[in-house]
Unconditional design. Structure first.
Lengths: 310, 291
């Protein structure tokens, strides 16, 4: 196609108007998102004194991040984030697929169930965390119920136990967001032509086989969206940990995540209270940025390749 | 979906329904278990609001002895949640309006003019949908301090709008792109200015986009906790989620009060959800554009 060289007066007005119209959004977005983000990436290569940038330090912050004593915190938090991601994939995106499939097979009443399932997702993670903290507290209602049913005896200390606390938080997060996979899978299932299922039924396929052999491959775009969203949300996990276990990821850092560690480094609750280590915080931020961008790109590509067209 | 395929689906589902009624029982049970898992905690939250702490321990599951509003009154006044509530309303309202206005303005030329640089500019905005802005919070903190925007509701409004603009531009551009070109051409012939075309002709045509952006911006801003945590130190400017995070520790033994604060803080979202559940379900199902 040949582009017209001639600029009409309409086009000139449009160029001018466009700049005027885009400027407010660009200014706000540029100033409060792009600028601080670029400065943070750049700043991770410098030494810091409080909030003041000192001199270029190359990769010194990064070596310090991985070395003792920061290394223990870092690997602990990284491991918790990875466990969280896989926990969410199974608990939330796995169970969610089952729920969506059951609702799809039934058709009637699906909207009502979807609305109920999705409701916790519009609540603040702070409210969800606070609610479950009360429910799971020693002498709380879940302890009372489990004792009453004879499933447990004495004090329920799942949140205070370093072996169970992380699992509890993952379950609470799954409870919070269960409605999301249900909605996204259902939307995906509705796009599949009913003839496909009819044909499979005629061939004698049962419901389980239809889900596994037919629906699942066609749900790859939905699964891709969910995996990517879960990945991003997991590696940004902060609120639930803060409200339920405190910013140290109690007990003894067993629920610490990369963002809670970042928060402590940046705003001063790591080691002596009030002492920050901006260099480390920014290095951790840059690392997280790389994990998130590379991870997201790889996932999008992975699911793109596996998308089946009918 | 065409009428024919809908018919076919209905037939398909009915055909399934009759012989398999019994086989479906386990599925229904699974669905009802999760319904209970969602509703029971919320039921306990609601009834506990009306109980004293002693009653919460004595009468775990039952309805309260009286529907006394005592806990709500104490949460609203003694814990000063009323103040936080107004702050949250101001911040949410401000961020929703600012996000809609500036994003619609940016999306209009980007989706409807031939500028030669539409693609690059849209890409710049869209890249922000995925950016983990929390990681920039140190530099953002320094910037806010320089601008005198710490301990300021205006500061929060600006930051939230900045974070929500990419998603809003994306939604607006998608909706505006498909409007017929004759629409603005005819208006231009009549001598309407570009601002008038946008706000009086184009924007009313993309009402669904406005409501999607408004709903998801409102939810995200009302619920956010991270930015007030790092930018707000003065009690006068604290928002609801930040106040709640303090209450949980501060009033640890006063369970009735904490339950009532939780109920108050989720009330606006609950009301909105009951009114707009269908739009929210469709918005999420279509784009997955939450958070």
């Amino acid at each position: 196609m040949i582009k017209p060289r001639r600029t009409t007066s309409l086009q000139r007005t449009q160029q001018r108007m466009a700049v005027l119209f885009i400027l407010p959004a660009l200014a706000v977005y540029g100033l409060f998102v792009l600028y601080p983000l670029l400065m943070s990436l750049w700043g991770s290569f410098f030494t810091w004194k409080g909030l003041r940038m000192q001199e270029f330090a190359g990769l010194a912050n990064f070596t310090r991040l991985f070395a003792f004593p920061s290394g223990a915190r870092l690997y602990g938090a990284l491991w918790h984030n990875i466990a969280w991601f896989f926990g969410i994939m199974v608990l939330q995106n796995g169970l969610g697929l089952l729920f969506a499939w059951l609702l799809f097979l039934r058709g009637r009443g699906a909207a009502l169930f979807q609305s109920v399932f999705f409701f916790p997702a519009v609540l603040s993670p702070v409210i969800v965390g606070a609610l479950w903290r009360l429910l799971l507290a020693p002498a709380g209602i879940i302890e009372w119920a489990l004792n009453g049913l004879g499933l447990h005896q004495g004090r329920l200390t799942v949140l205070g136990n370093s072996h169970t606390a992380l699992g509890m938080l993952i379950a609470v997060d799954a409870w919070n967001w269960m409605g999301l996979p249900v909605l996204i899978y259902t939307a995906g299932l509705r796009q599949i032509s009913p003839q496909v299922f009819e044909a499979a039924k005629l061939d004698g396929a049962g419901n389980a086989r239809m889900l596994y052999a037919i629906a699942l491959p066609l749900l790859m775009p939905a699964l891709g969206t969910l995996t990517t969203l879960s990945f991003i949300n997991t590696f940004n996990q902060f609120d639930i940990v803060y409200v339920m276990q405190g910013v140290q990821g109690n007990p003894s850092y067993s629920t610490d995540t990369l963002v809670t560690y970042f928060y402590r480094l940046a705003f001063g609750a790591e080691g002596a209270v009030g002492i920050t280590d901006i260099g480390l915080a920014l290095a951790l931020g840059t690392m997280l940025f790389l994990i998130l961008s590379i991870g997201t790109l790889l996932m999008l590509r992975f699911f793109d390749k596996r998308t089946v067209e009918l | 979906m065409s009428a024919r395929s809908l018919q076919r689906r209905l037939a398909f589902q009915q055909e399934l329904a009759i012989p398999q009624k019994l086989a479906r029982l386990p599925g229904w049970i699974i669905l009802l278990i999760w319904t209970a898992a969602v509703l029971l905690p919320l039921y306990i939250l609601v009834v506990s609001c009306f109980k004293t702490t002693a009653e919460i321990y004595d009468n775990r599951l039952g309805l309260p002895q009286s529907w006394a509003l005592d806990n709500f009154v104490r949460a609203w006044t003694r814990a000063d949640l009323g103040h936080n509530f107004i702050n949250s309303l101001v911040v949410t309202g401000g961020a929703v309006v600012l996000t809609i206005v500036v994003s619609a303005m940016a999306a209009y030329p980007l989706s409807r003019y031939k500028l030669g640089w539409n693609g690059i500019m849209l890409g710049l905005f869209l890249s922000g949908i995925m950016l983990p802005i929390r990681l920039a919070s140190v530099e953002l903190f320094t910037l806010m301090r320089t601008l005198g925007l710490l301990d300021s509701l205006t500061g929060l409004i600006l930051v939230y709008s900045a974070i929500r603009i990419p998603f809003a531009v994306f939604i607006f551009a998608n909706f505006m792109r498909v409007l017929p070109a004759e629409l603005d051409e005819a208006a231009r012939m009549d001598g309407a200015g570009e601002a008038r075309i946008l706000f009086q002709i184009v924007l009313p045509m993309v009402k669904p986009a406005v409501s999607i952006v408004a709903i998801f911006t409102a939810i995200a801003v009302w619920n956010d906790f991270f930015f007030p945590l790092i930018f707000i130190f003065d009690d006068r400017y604290k928002t609801v989620p930040l106040a709640i995070s303090v209450f949980v520790g501060q009033f640890r033994t006063d369970w009735g009060l904490v339950f009532a604060s939780l109920a108050i803080s989720m009330a606006p979202i609950l009301i909105m959800y009951c009114l707009l559940a269908r739009q929210i379900r469709e918005g999420v199902g279509a784009g997955g554009g939450m958070k």
